[in-house]
Design a protein around this ligand. Structure first.
Ligand SMILES: NC(=O)c1ccc[n+]([C@@H]2O[C@H](COP(=O)([O-])OP(=O)(O)OC[C@H]3O[C@@H](n4cnc5c(N)ncnc54)[C@H](O)[C@@H]3O)[C@@H](O)[C@H]2O)c1
Length: 317
């Protein structure tokens, strides 16, 4: 080999080493990018959740928790006042603001103005979810209304309205959702019951009855849908700071001496709850909804979760 050729092959060898080195660097860079991508990939990326009563309160807080984890969201809400309900419900503006709030987490969100008493509106919203986002992974049957007073004074309209929304509305939400989940062979449903779904209460007799009813629905749905890999659970919160409780009608009846939120929280601290606390914040319930919608909760079904400052420690098992 003459000198010229020797130099050539040395140059080639160096080039080769360089290429290998470059290749290694490129490989390292691509695996770092993948690791970063993995780091930023969220648990519910690509999943879809539909939340009834999603314009405010616990519904919106649940939507936010699911959106933070990456899920696309369908917010379903009546967004208007209803005859038979004695306090203001969400407005169109609430629904629009809720949509923007959810979108601020970087996910997609569509809102649907509809009543859970209307089965075809629910099926339409479910269809829309699947068309826009491809799947329906979690449904939060959350829309509900309350009423307070003496048993014999509730009007026929008030009684029928709370039953139609809180019970029949949940039945219809489940009916509209399960055909898609059965086809997917996956999914989950979380129903908002209440502490009053596990105990009676003198001032909320019909409301309490509706909240017991949906626990039966949750357990039955778990039985029906288990073989299709679909879960159904209920959450039973005590007082949560939302407009369902924080309104003149409810505060005036629960805390007549001091019909303010502070008045109610002072009363709550006198209740015999093991945890000496006032109301829960809606996001604390949203986090429990997220638990049922996430990997940690995917093998739990037919359960009833109290979020109740320890109130149920006094109950039988
Ligand atoms: N806030 C509490 O202390 C508390 C405690 C236990 C259980 N819960 C339950 O949690 C759920 C959510 O309550 P919240 O406190 O967030 O109440 P909220 O009044 O703040 O929100 C309820 C939402 O449901 C919507 N809605 C009402 N009727 C509807 C209908 N027919 N169709 C569609 N949307 C409708 C309202 O417009 C509103 O946006 C309810 O089922 C309630 O019974 C609440």
């Amino acid at each position: 080999m003459n000198n010229e050729n020797k130099n050539m092959s040395r140059r080639q060898a160096i080039k080769g080493i360089g290429a290998v080195a470059l290749g290694t660097t490129a490989l390292a860079a691509s695996s770092t990018a993948k690791a970063n991508e993995k780091k930023t990939k969220k648990e519910l990326d690509g999943k879809t959740a539909l939340i009834t009563g999603g314009a405010r309160g616990i519904g919106l807080a649940s939507a936010e928790e699911l959106a933070k984890a990456g899920a696309n969201i369908v917010l379903f809400d009546v967004a208007s006042d209803l005859e038979g309900v004695n306090y203001p419900l969400a407005t169109d503006l609430d629904l629009a603001n809720a949509k923007s709030k959810v979108e601020s987490y970087g996910v997609k969100c569509v809102s649907y103005k509809g009543d859970v008493r209307d089965r075809s509106a629910l099926s339409d919203a479910v269809g829309m979810a699947v068309k826009q986002f491809g799947t329906l992974d979690h449904v939060v049957a959350n829309a509900g209304v309350t009423q307070i007073g003496m048993m014999e004074y509730f009007s026929e309209k008030e009684i029928q309205t709370v039953i139609d929304i809180n019970v029949t509305g949940v039945v219809k939400t489940i009916q509209a959702s399960i055909p898609v989940m059965r086809k997917q062979n996956s999914g989950g449903i979380t129903i908002l019951s209440s502490v009053l779904g596990r105990m009676g209460e003198e001032w909320f007799p019909v409301y309490s009855g509706t909240k017991w009813a949906v626990i039966g629905l949750a357990k039955s749905t778990a039985l029906i849908m288990g073989k299709h890999n679909v879960t159904c659970n209920a959450i039973c919160p005590t007082v949560v700071k939302t407009k369902l409780m924080n309104n003149k009608y409810v505060l005036g009846a629960m805390s007549p001496e001091n019909p303010t939120w502070e008045g109610l929280e002072t009363l709550m601290k006198q209740w015999r709850n093991p945890l000496p606390m006032g109301a829960y914040n809606p996001n604390e319930i949203g986090e429990m909804v997220k638990f049922f919608a996430s990997k940690s909760g995917e093998k739990i079904t037919g359960e009833v979760l109290g979020v109740a400052a320890g109130l149920f420690a006094r109950n039988t098992a």
